[in-house]
Design a protein around this ligand. Structure first.
Ligand code: ATP
Ligand code: ZN
Length: 304
C-alpha cells in the first residue's frame, strides 16, 4: 500500500512514529498496550494493523508534522518541541495550523534551553543582545527572542549544536537538554528554559468525517485508559467507620472508594483506585491513621 495514495474517505487510521531514536520504542509500546498489533512490511517503513485498522508509518521525527499537515498521516507521536517548532514556522509564514497536541504521553521528557559558556556571567535575556545563537529550533527561538525584546542572530544547525561555540560558529546555543551532561561536556551551562517538552500525540485540528472518526474515538479512549493506569493502583484495607474521614484525607489522589460493611456496623472494607505513587511512607501513614490489612494491587486494564 502506498502511503501517499490517500483517497478522500478512509476507513483506516494511520499513525506516524519515529523509525529509530529516543521515541520509537516507547511509542510502539504505548500503542501496543492500547491493543494494537501489526504486520511489518519488508522495508520496515509501514506496519499494517492486524487487530484494528490502525497502521503505522515509521519515519524521521522531523517529518511527522509535515506528514500530518499533508494528510498522509492522521496522528503522530512526536516531541512537543518538533510539533511546536513547525507550528511556529507555519505561524511565521502566515499559514493556518492544521494539527495540534491531542495528549501528552509522559515519556521523552526534555527542555529546550539557552546554554552559555561556563565562564559567562548570565544577567537575563538581555545578555543575548547582538549575540549569535546556534539552534535546530529557529522558529521557537525567534518567538522567544521577540517576547524578550532581544535582537540576536539565529544560526540554524541541524545537528551537533552543542559544539558550535567551540567551533566559533556561535556564541551560545539553544538546544534540547535532559540530564545536562552533554552541555557540561562542552563547557556550557543552561541558563533559561524556552520550553518544556515530552512526547505527545499530535492529531488534526478538524474532526474526521469518515470512518476514521469512530476509530480515533476508540483509540483515544483506550489511550486515556492506559495513561491513567500507568501510576494507578487499587488500594484495599479495612478500617473503623469513625476513622474513614481521616484516612480519606490521606488519599487525595484516590477516586471515591467503595465501602462495604464487614461485621456489625463499625468495621468497613474499603477499596479505592489511587492515581499517585503508593510508597511505603504513604502506607505507614495510612496504618497509623487506622487502616488494617493494607493491600496494593496493580491494575491490569481500565475502561472509563
Ligand atoms: P531522527 O532520526 O528521527 O530525526 P533525532 O536524532 O532527531 O532522530 P532523537 O535524538 O531520537 O531524534 O530525539 C527525538 C526526540 O526525543 C526529541 O525531539 C525530543 O523530543 C526527545 N528528547 C528527549 N531527551 C532528549 C535529549 N536529551 N536530546 C534530544 N532529544 C531529546
Ligand atoms: Zn530528528
Amino acid at each position: 500500500m502506498s502511503p501517499t495514495a490517500a483517497p478522500a474517505a478512509r476507513d483506516r487510521l494511520r499513525i506516524a512514529i519515529q523509525k529509530s531514536g529516543r521515541l520509537s520504542e516507547p511509542a510502539r509500546a504505548l500503542l501496543a498496550s492500547c491493543g494494537l498489533s501489526w504486520r511489518e512490511s519488508r522495508d520496515k517503513l509501514f506496519c499494517y494493523g492486524e487487530t484494528l485498522p490502525v497502521d503505522l508509518l515509521l519515519v524521521r521525527d522531523d517529518d511527522i508534522p509535515g506528514l500530518l499537515a499533508d494528510g498522509v498521516c492522521d496522528y503522530g507521536i512526536v516531541g512537543r518541541n518538533v510539533l511546536e517548532e513547525q507550528a511556529a514556522e507555519r505561524a511565521g509564514g502566515g499559514k493556518p495550523q492544521v494539527s495540534k497536541e491531542v495528549r501528552a504521553l509522559g515519556f521523552g521528557g526534555c527542555r529546550l534551553d539557552i546554554a552559555v559558556p561556563d565562564a559567562w556571567e548570565w544577567q537575563g535575556a538581555a545578555s543575548l543582545q547582538g549575540k549569535r545563537i546556534a539552534t535546530s529550533y529557529p522558529g521557537l527561538l525567534a518567538k522567544w527572542l521577540a517576547e524578550q525584546q532581544v535582537e540576536a542572530s539565529v544560526v540554524m544547525l541541524s545537528g551537533s549544536v552543542e559544539i558550535a561555540p567551540r567551533l566559533g560558529q556561535a556564541d551560545v546555543v539553544c538546544d534540547l537538554v535532559s540530564s545536562g551532561a552533554t552541555l557540561a561536556a562542552n563547557q556550557l551551562k543552561p541558563v533559561e528554559t524556552i520550553m518544556r517538552s515530552e512526547a505527545v500525540l499530535a492529531g488534526p485540528v478538524q474532526a474526521f468525517t469518515d470512518a476514521r472518526g469512530e476509530l480515533a474515538h476508540m483509540l483515544l479512549r483506550r489511550l486515556d485508559g492506559v495513561l491513567r493506569l500507568r501510576d494507578s493502583r487499587l488500594l484495599m484495607f479495612q478500617a473503623q467507620r469513625a476513622e474513614v474521614p481521616a484516612l480519606l484525607k490521606l488519599l487525595p489522589d484516590a477516586e471515591t472508594p467503595t465501602m462495604l460493611q464487614v461485621d456489625g456496623a463499625d468495621t468497613l472494607a474499603l477499596q479505592a483506585l489511587c492515581h499517585g505513587a503508593m510508597t511505603w511512607q504513604r502506607l505507614e501513614d495510612l496504618k497509623r491513621a487506622g487502616a488494617r490489612g493494607l493491600m496494593v494491587l496493580p491494575v491490569e486494564r481500565m475502561l472509563a
